[in-house]
Design a protein around this ligand. Structure first.
Ligand code: 6CS
Ligand code: FE
Length: 295
């Protein structure tokens, strides 16, 4: 089973009809561990799993200190890996953080993450993308609804739905501070989006995404079927979610920062090819084009 530009169509002049996922959700042995049978069943069904406080306070503090330094590091002034909010002030994201932080590099190969990811992917894994998304108190802006796979397929050339994101909470993710919202079971439907991808789209989309977002009708249909799970979990928790989950997060006007580090594990058998949307491949700090197996 390979996917072609005809399998999952998007970024067309009018919105294509949603299509059913053709790939498995768990590519490895669902009972082969470390995921329990119940966890595998839940991941197959919902496309997400939450492991509360997988990391201890000391590990979270080390990550937090490393990543906060990045926002003040003069060596990163003008670095394209640092994405600021649309108002140009607060830092919104820093990409390729596994190269900038030893704590994140260690986390990426931590068996508590990597072993689960490789079971889901059914193969060795490499890092497609790493980032820290800061959502500072008072000023953190929203991430509009989207499927990561839709972007990674169309703009990076990711062939199949065989990647898993792990979001590790560095601060408490509350109901009020812009915590991640995922539509359960949305990973089973590919929702194509209307609108041709602008050149160098990433320069705008990483600040505020307007292309590669579902229509109100398509989003409402997914939510009608699966609801919305708002991931409220303490610092140190890890959320595993399928590359094609529809997800987003609200802005943060509370005093409580919502900082999460994201590691995207891709199967070594799912290496990027030419973008299916026909655009120029995005830079490697957003989408790694060399495969370096982690195991
Ligand atoms: O385009 C991307 O790869 C990034 N954009 C979003 C909104 N989620 C995934 C990733 O951070
Ligand atoms: Fe995303």
């Amino acid at each position: 089973m390979i996917t072609t530009s005809a399998t999952y169509r998007s970024r067309t002049s009018t919105e294509p009809s949603p299509v059913d996922r053709v790939e498995p959700v768990i590519w490895g042995d669902p009972t082969g561990g470390p995921l329990t049978r119940d966890e595998s069943t839940a991941y197959e069904r919902d496309g997400l799993l939450v492991f509360e406080q997988l990391l201890d306070d000391g590990e979270v503090d080390r990550l937090g200190k490393d990543l906060q330094h990045l926002t003040r590091d003069p060596r990163l002034d003008g670095d394209d890996r640092v994405i600021r909010e649309p108002d140009g002030r607060a830092v919104r994201s820093v990409f390729e953080v596994h190269r900038l932080s030893d704590a994140v590099a260690d986390l990426a190969t931590d068996p508590r993450l990597l072993d689960r990811a490789e079971q889901i992917l059914g193969s060795a894994a490499y890092l497609h993308q790493t980032r820290v998304n800061f959502k500072p108190g008072f000023r953190g802006r929203e991430f509009y609804w989207h499927s990561d796979f839709e972007t990674w397929h169309m703009e990076d050339g990711m062939p199949q739905m065989r990647a898993v994101s792990v979001s590790v909470n560095l601060t408490p993710n509350l109901d009020c501070n812009g915590s991640l919202m995922i539509v359960p079971a949305s990973h089973r439907t590919f929702v194509g989006c209307a609108g041709a991808t602008p050149d160098e789209h990433f320069r705008a989309s990483l600040r505020q995404q307007e292309y590669g977002t579902p229509s109100d009708e398509a989003l409402a249909r997914l939510v009608e079927a699966g609801g919305i799970t708002q991931i409220q979990a303490p610092a140190g928790s890890a959320v595993f979610f399928d590359s094609n989950c529809m997800h987003g997060s609200n802005g943060n006007i509370t005093p409580y920062p919502r900082n999460n580090v994201f590691l995207v594990y891709n199967s070594v058998e799912n290496a990027l090819v030419e973008p299916f949307g026909g655009t120029t491949p995005r830079p490697s700090y957003i989408a790694a084009r060399e495969v370096h197996p982690l195991g």
